[in-house]
Ligand binder design. Structure first.
Ligand SMILES: *Cc1c(COP(=O)(O)O)cnc(C)c1O
Length: 948
């Protein structure tokens, strides 16, 4: 066994196992299986042009060396990114803990109560600091949250406003530059006109439907009372979005107090590393009356089958991407892990700790202003939280500051902006003052204590209480906090317990060596807007990752900016849109999408201003080529694109793919390939070879970034040569092509920090390991299929009877026994497994994707569980609801209760197979009642005590 070879750690199948499995499958070799699975005409002719894999040990050495190329200056740049201190108890027990980071989005609530509680805490923090009635469990970042808010208020226009085509959105000059850029991108396709200006002098009228202001202002640090502005806007029926610094709200009065309709921002300052731009959780809070229009997921309280309180994702049918082309947002994967950490930061510090932190930051800024004024430096900001604006020769300040390894922000030649943060102690403060002393050529007295004066306008000093619930006032010692985190972790089933065979989601190994670089300060503590020459390690890593992804997809160029798969779809379609515009074909707006597509596809197309035309799927689950051709020809003058998933969402490599690509091209359209299923392609075929023009990748699926319980995600887009000029840029650090579209997310390289994981994955597997991962993913799927096919009907396989990397099990026939796919999903919990994907892409089915990382032993356990459940289904009848499936999952308290009235044994309920006993996982609540929670929506934790 070559222990230097990372492949043997990543791929769960040994050579001996593979031989046995191939026999079961009836394939002579792995190569033969692949030949039977992937159409010949799209196979790569040679291995990927990537280096050989390196050992884990060498990778760690390499990444440590590369980290040295990042210069860690003290950054006071601000602009939505501030150094924050991650409490070690959170870093070690959540951020570095696979029990938290390998979990899936909490759709299966009964085995996700831990992270659901953590997210409820997060929502409570957002609700109470903003003063709003309802908040979601995170969005991608501040810029996209602002764009979502604009889209929501646009959609909520009154009949009158729609009739008058009120299409103006006022953007205050106080707003972050990257937010403005993301707003521009989002506004374009809808014909929304952005009017940038000063909120005090702008004359609003009935051509406006909305406005956004920033609190405190980010262009000069000033804290404005927006009450008059909001009142004027409201008189005209204009809704106001307030982008607010969450930490400042500890000291500032909540935006709800001056009438905000939506409040958005980032929770990065709540203990999340800068990571060269992300991932960080964007937050979104609004009025309860808009609850059905909110983008993203909301956690709510309901009851379980015993009437006990239980948490789950609320109003799921409202989830935007499920509404497909009726959606106003495409958000799916969000930033759960980061939201969990931010919520925990508030739990650990509590209201008093947060107050201490915010006050210290404020006093540091006040002291800085006073010290600078003593030096004769002109500070123009009058009221502020943490940011002051200075009149000075920017070039001169910059030269001296950089000598002291300090970064400020220089918006123009004679302005310097300084934002202090949680990590700015007295020593750091003195360094800043020293810089200015040198600038003016004077000596200074060292500051030893902070000024306690207050520079917040008296009418905006916070008086409302916040975070009064017990959870925020109980765990302030490390022992208590560690145990609280562990208590929640134990409620959740993650990849460190068992296989999570979620079709389309590729829950593969997130190797420890891939994760370790995130714990290094030289990767964690870099502001996204530092000069590029301070981030050479990052630049090298990101450039190489982009190149590798271009090679893997067979394309010309890559943008890492999108923060999720859906964000990538949107970026890719906006690039296509811009390409058509640049060819004088801007009228092309029809997007063909097969009915089997993921809901984000039509939602993204609508966001890109396209009109969705749905095409049919045939009886084999393939795209109906005749129907597609007919529609492509019918719309040939206006055809913009097709969006296809390959292999299809049905787990089939359609042999007609090249024909489909040609049909679209012949009719003037571009081919968008949804790369969520790239795990079945890497090293064997690719979108470039197929003839597509653009694809997104889900680095959090195929390229080993952990799912984090519902994010972070990274959704880069890879494009053919003719689209490369349009890749997105950023207003502060330029990225993308030479005719770049404006930003699709806030940070120049999106979630650069977690790109390290995919970089490690590619580096360690190398060309051969990457292709083998694909081969074994296909082997594992076909092994499951062979073992399950006599028990469950497998919907759709390829022409030679092979599955790709996933397959659909039809559960609809079990209706005759009164059993639904959901019952099987819940029953699997009793067997220690997370359900496969339920009812996507076909209602009443389960989609199973084992991935290459699972061992034969684990696959065999899953097979035995599924066969055992199949027998239980046989025993069930539609009239008798007291069966083991309908009652699943079974909790410990049920099994150990003094009374037991069910017609089957306790052993059958909780230990139906032998393997379970040695590693039993107990769901902590019984089946949750979805409808009850939607009828009585509670989405903050303050009332939970009252509820119990
Ligand atoms: C996961 C997935 C998406 C969306 O990706 P997110 O990162 O969740 O936004 C889109 N299409 C398909 C087929 C997927 O499986």
């Amino acid at each position: 066994m070559n222990t230097e070879n990372f492949s043997i750690r990543h791929i769960g199948i040994s050579k001996e196992d593979a031989a046995e499995m191939l026999q079961t499958i009836g394939a002579a070799s792995l190569d033969q299986l692949i030949d039977q699975t992937i159409p010949k005409d799209i196979r790569l002719k040679s291995a990927l042009n990537l280096p050989k894999g390196i050992s884990e040990h060498h990778f760690l050495q390499h990444i440590t060396e590369l980290a040295q190329k990042n210069k860690i200056f003290k950054s006071y740049i601000g602009l939505g990114y501030h150094e924050a201190l991650t409490p070690s108890v959170i870093k070690r027990n959540i951020f570095e803990n696979p029990g938290w980071y390998t979990a899936y989005t909490p759709y299966q609530a009964e085995i996700a109560q831990g992270r659901l509680e953590a997210l409820l805490n997060y929502q409570t923090v957002v609700i109470e600091l903003t003063g709003m009635e309802i908040a979601n469990a995170s969005l991608l970042d501040e810029g996209t949250a602002a764009a979502e808010a604009m889209a929501m208020v646009f959609d909520l226009r009154s009949r009158e406003q729609k009739k008058n085509n009120a299409n103006k959105f006022f953007v205050s000059e106080t707003v972050l530059p990257q937010t403005l850029s993301v707003l521009q991108t989002r506004a374009n396709p809808f014909g929304i006109e952005l009017v940038v200006g000063n909120h005090e002098t702008i004359t609003l009228d009935d051509t406006y439907f909305g406005a956004i202001v920033q609190y405190p202002a980010t262009n000069n640090g000033e804290v404005f009372n927006y009450a008059d502005f909001v009142n004027k806007a409201h008189d005209l029926g204009i809704k106001v979005v307030v982008a607010a610094d969450l930490l400042s709200l500890v000291l500032l009065e909540a935006p709800a107090k001056f009438g905000a309709d939506v409040v958005v921002g980032t929770s990065q300052r709540f203990g999340i590393p800068l990571g060269y731009g992300g991932p960080h959780a964007g937050y979104f809070a609004t009025r309860e009356e808009y609850k059905r229009s909110i983008p993203g997921r909301i956690i709510g309280i309901t009851i379980d089958a015993d009437g006990n309180p239980a948490l789950r994702m609320a109003l799921q049918t409202r989830e935007q991407h499920i509404k497909r082309d009726k959606a106003t947002s495409n958000i799916c994967t969000a930033q759960v892990l980061l939201a969990v950490m931010a919520g925990m930061y508030a739990v650990y510090h509590g209201p008093k700790g947060l107050q201490f932190i915010a006050e210290r930051i404020h006093q540091t800024a006040v002291t800085l202003k006073n010290s600078l004024e003593k030096l004769g430096v002109t500070v123009t900001t009058k009221t502020f939280f943490d940011t002051i604006s200075i009149k000075a020769d920017a070039q001169k300040v910059k030269a001296i500051a950089e000598k002291h390894e300090i970064n400020f922000f220089y918006p123009n030649q004679d302005t310097v902006l300084i934002s202090v943060n949680e990590a700015t102690g007295v020593a750091e403060l003195n360094q800043i003052i020293t810089v200015f002393a040198e600038v003016v050529g004077k000596s200074v007295e060292e500051v030893t204590t902070l000024d306690t004066a207050n520079a917040i306008p008296s009418d905006l000093v916070r008086t409302s209480e916040f975070l009064t619930a017990p959870v925020f006032n109980s765990y302030h010692s490390e022992t208590d906090m560690m145990r609280y985190i562990k208590k929640l972790e134990r409620k959740d089933l993650a990849l460190n317990h068992s296989m999570i065979s979620l079709g389309s989601c590729t829950m593969k190994l997130n190797a420890a060596t891939e994760m370790l670089p995130l714990s290094m300060g030289q990767w964690a503590n870099i502001h996204p807007f530092v000069p590029k020459n301070q981030a050479l390690g990052y630049q090298e890593m990101l450039t190489e990752l982009e190149k590798s992804l271009s090679i893997i997809t067979g394309f010309e160029a890559t943008s890492l900016q999108p923060n999720s798969g859906a964000n990538g779809e949107y970026a890719g379609l906006m690039v296509i849109r811009q390409y058509h515009i640049s060819n004088g074909q801007g009228h092309r707006n029809i997007c063909l999408i097969p009915s089997s597509a993921h809901g984000t596809n039509p939602a993204s197309a609508v966001m890109a201003g396209m009109e969705v035309v749905v095409t049919k799927t045939d009886a084999h689950g393939n795209i109906d080529v005749a129907d597609l051709k007919e529609k492509a020809e019918k719309h040939k003058d206006n055809l913009a694109a097709v969006m296809i998933t390959y292999p299809s969402t049905h787990g089939v490599f359609e042999s007609s793919i090249v024909e489909i690509v040609n049909i679209i091209h012949e009719n003037g359209g571009q081919v968008y390939l949804d790369g969520a299923n790239m795990n079945a392609q890497v090293g064997l075929t690719n979108p470039g070879t197929i003839g597509a023009d653009v694809c997104h990748l889900n680095l959090h699926k195929t390229f080993a970034i952990p799912h984090g319980g519902g994010g972070p995600g990274v959704g880069p887009i890879c494009v053919a040569k003719h689209l490369a000029p349009f890749l997105p840029t950023n207003p502060i650090v330029s990225t993308g092509g030479n005719e770049a579209i404006t930003a699709v997310s806030s940070a120049p390289y999106g979630s650069a920090y977690v790109c390290l994981i995919s970089y490690a994955y590619i580096k360690m597997l190398g060309a051969e390991g990457l292709a083998n991962a694909t081969r074994y993913a296909i082997l594992n799927a076909n092994y499951l299929k062979e073992n399950l096919k006599n028990y469950y009907e497998i919907l759709y396989t390829g022409e030679q009877g092979r599955a790709a990397h996933e397959m659909i099990l039809d559960c609809r026939p079990f209706k005759q026994n009164g059993i639904e796919a959901t019952d099987i999903a819940k029953r699997l919990m009793d067997y220690g497994f997370h359900a496969p994907t339920v009812s996507f892409p076909v209602a009443g089915t389960l989609m199973v994707e084992p991935t290459e990382s699972e061992s034969k032993n684990e696959l065999d356990r899953f097979i035995s569980a599924m066969i055992s459940i199949r027998r239980e289904i046989e025993e069930a009848t539609p009239t008798d609801e007291a069966n083991v499936l309908k009652n699943a999952p079974h909790t410990l308290s049920m099994i150990t209760a003094d009374t037991w009235n069910l017609p089957y044994s306790r052993q059958k309920a909780a230990f139906p197979l032998e393997y379970i006993a040695e590693n039993k996982f107990w769901p902590t609540v019984r089946r949750v009642n979805e409808a009850h929670g939607d009828r009585h929506l509670i989405c903050s934790c303050a009332p939970i005590e009252a509820y119990m």
